[in-house]
Ligand binder design. Structure first.
Ligand SMILES: Nc1ncnc2c1ncn2[C@@H]1O[C@H](COP(=O)(O)OP(=O)(O)OP(=O)(O)O)[C@@H](O)[C@H]1O
Ligand SMILES: [Mg+2]
Length: 268
């Protein structure tokens, strides 16, 4: 099956005072329709850099990005922007809503930019708000909504253009853990029901267990990938490389080295 989005040896290097920073190095990754992939890793691991590259918001230093089998790495800014509008939806940690607009007007913004007719806009906005469970809140402004509701508006805005790829950088970073879990459940459900190829960055281990697949970034490199088995989320399952990621939040190792250290006792 052709990946919706494929990264091949994707590398992004920043020049910094102390020398080059390899924010992403040789990343190979496929995203498929109907699957939510979590990228996890500690602060500075390169999650945002990777999501910006995958979302065509930034260009790689080297490597390739393929959209539905087509190499888009060499496209010009305008062509890339058009592809982005058509194929991608973005969800931001800080919601990114316009305070003076109602929930439905916020969701409508991408459709106005795309020049969609008013009747079609109304229908699509209503559908997007229904999908995130906010039909009743359509006339309310962001200041009249809870944080979780605001992020639902942000998600409705991201999916209203019917994108094929959803990119979310720490979408629950400003939410309490219970609300964060419901938002993560919504993203997983939308990926499945709408056939979206979704990629979500988070360093919250409790959210990781909800993903269809988990990839781990460390110092710009993918160090491990694992698929949690259904029902593993809250169980204290031991970690073994290549098996399900489970266990309580603090016990989940971030690298194979940590996993080894845990198995052998960390007092070595
Ligand atoms: N524009 C930039 N210029 C220079 N260095 C950068 C730039 N953007 C990111 N970096 C560096 O690249 C590395 C990865 O940063 P990135 O923001 O991708 O990490 P992150 O995993 O998203 O972290 P966090 O969890 O804190 O959001 C860091 O060392 C960071 O300082
Ligand atoms: Mg980040």
């Amino acid at each position: 099956m052709t990946a919706e989005l494929r990264a091949e040896k994707l590398t992004r290097t920043f020049a910094a005072a102390g020398g080059d920073v390899h924010a992403c190095a040789d990343i190979d990754l496929d995203l498929h329709p109907g699957e939510l992939v979590v990228v996890r890793g500690p602060s500075g691991a390169g999650k945002t850099t990777l999501l910006n590259l995958l979302g065509t918001l930034d260009r790689p230093t080297s490597g390739r990005l393929l959209l539905d089998g087509t190499d888009v790495t060499g496209l010009g800014d305008e062509a890339l922007a058009a592809l982005r509008r058509e194929r991608f939806g973005f969800v931001f940690q800080a919601f990114g809503l316009i305070p003076v607009l109602t929930a439905s007007e916020n969701v409508e913004v991408p459709l106005r930019i795309a020049g969609v007719e008013p009747a079609e806009r109304d229908a699509r906005v209503a559908e997007a708000l229904r999908l995130v469970g906010l039909t009743a809140q359509a006339p309310q402004r962001p200041g009249e909504l809870s944080g979780g509701q605001q992020q639902r508006v942000g998600i409705a805005r991201a999916i209203v253009s019917r994108p094929r790829i959803l990119v979310a950088d720490e979408p629950t970073g400003q939410l309490d853990s219970r609300t964060a879990a419901t938002i993560m459940d919504l993203l997983v459900e939308l990926a499945h029901s709408q056939g979206l190829a979704a990629i979500v960055a988070t360093h919250d281990p409790l959210l990781v267990a909800r993903a269809d697949r988990v990839v781990e970034l460390h110092d710009g490199r993918l160090t491990a990938g694992s698929r949690p088995a259904p029902g593993d989320a809250a169980d204290a399952a031991p970690f073994a490389p290549g098996s399900a990621l489970g266990g309580d939040a603090d016990a989940v190792p971030h690298t194979r080295a940590e996993a080894r250290a845990q198995r052998h006792g960390s007092g070595r």
